[in-house]
Design a protein around this ligand. Structure first.
Ligand SMILES: *Cc1c(COP(=O)(O)O)cnc(C)c1O
Length: 349
């Protein structure tokens, strides 16, 4: 069974071998205050910065999930309010979760068929601008250029970016925002249970000014512990080890980016030829890593069922698009021959 679900998705072939290595090397039971862990954490962050092109002066924090990152931002970086620009279910969820902690936060919905405007209005008393770089529910994305412009136009606020289903798959311009986060079960091709939060020096400064210390995962505790390559809680050590091994083996993000873009283009041409309708018609608004196809509910239901019989899991629609769309991940761990096989199935369908 090959999972094209846009997260959790197909993991890298080497994962079972790496898990075995972790067991053999005693990684499964190391203490998270030990030198062995410190070395592992340090190496993982070094590789992450190297492979993903993350600026040296940025801080990387280990969390448990992207959802946890939403909450850390809300509790530790939003003093009074944040502003959320979203066009789909994940961005909206981030907004509603934040609103429970910071009721003054505001949400601005934009049309998913169009790109986010760089001229958006941000209130002067909003401390954080929240943008979902890759909206996994509808297969849209916000470009580095747009994120950079919004930051430039609103220098009073931090810019936080949910890149859960794109980090590790495409080139992200980390300098264009202050906080970027993701979990590893999407583009990193790893089992779930680990999140990454990439923070600019300014984000760290703001967190220190806010001095919010009410939670086990308050940003300043996380940052203080990371001075010694550690976390306030026992982290997912196996997840970190697997990430380290996968990163060690992976090409630079530039190379991965080109492969993902070329494959997204192949998919686009294929869908056009085969009369499948992509939900997002604008080339500039469409995601490279999550492809969303539209159709009649009965057609989609039957397609998913038959795909399963043929050995493929395609993603259900998400949120309000549940029955009218299906999703296909275009993540790096998926192999060309697997893509070819799914195309062949869809062609004969
Ligand atoms: C998957 C996803 C999340 C949630 O990730 P978790 O690891 O389950 O917390 C958040 N945002 C986006 C855009 C996602 O695709």
């Amino acid at each position: 069974m090959i999972s094209f679900y846009p997260g959790p998705s197909r993991v890298h072939d080497e994962i079972p071998r790496y898990v075995n290595d972790a067991a053999r090397l005693g990684i499964l039971s190391i203490n998270h205050r030990s030198d062995v862990f410190v070395e592992l954490s340090k190496t993982t962050i070094r590789l992450l910065k190297e492979k993903l092109n993350i600026p040296k002066q940025y801080t990387v924090l280990f969390t448990s999930s992207a959802t946890e990152c939403w909450e850390i931002i809300a509790q530790s970086l939003v003093r009074k309010k944040s502003i959320h620009f979203y066009n789909g279910a994940f961005g909206e969820k981030w907004f509603t979760y934040t609103q429970r902690l910071k009721p003054d936060s505001v949400g601005v919905n934009f049309d998913y068929q169009h790109t986010l405007k760089t001229s958006v209005t941000v209130p002067n008393d909003a401390q954080v601008i929240c943008i979902t770089q890759n909206e996994t529910s509808n297969g849209t994305q916000v470009s580095n250029t747009i994120i950079r412009a919004i930051k430039k136009n609103n220098q009073h606020a931090l810019v936080a970016v949910d890149a859960t289903s794109s980090m590790g798959g495409i080139v992200l311009d980390f300098k264009a925002a202050d906080i970027w986060f993701a979990s590893v079960q999407k583009c990193f091709g790893l089992p779930a249970g680990l999140g990454l939060m990439v923070c600019s020096p300014r984000a760290v400064e703001e967190a220190k000014l806010n001095s919010e210390r009410n939670h086990y995962n308050s940003f300043i505790f996380m940052n203080e512990m990371m001075q010694n390559w550690q976390t306030p809680f026992t982290p997912n050590v196996l997840g970190i080890y697997l990430l380290m091994r996968v990163l060690k083996n992976s090409p630079t993000i530039k190379e991965t980016h080109q492969k993902i873009l070329a494959r997204a283009e192949r998919w686009r041409l294929f869908f056009e030829e085969q009369k499948f309708t992509m939900l997002v018609s604008s080339d500039r608004a469409r995601s490279h890593t999550v492809l969303v196809l539209q159709g009649e509910p009965e057609f989609i239901l039957a397609l998913k069922r038959k795909a399963k019989k043929a050995g493929f899991i395609v993603g259900d629609g998400y949120g309000s698009l549940k029955s009218t769309t299906f999703r296909v991940a275009n993540f790096p761990a998926l192999k060309d021959k697997e893509v070819n096989a799914l195309m062949k199935f869809l062609k004969n369908y």
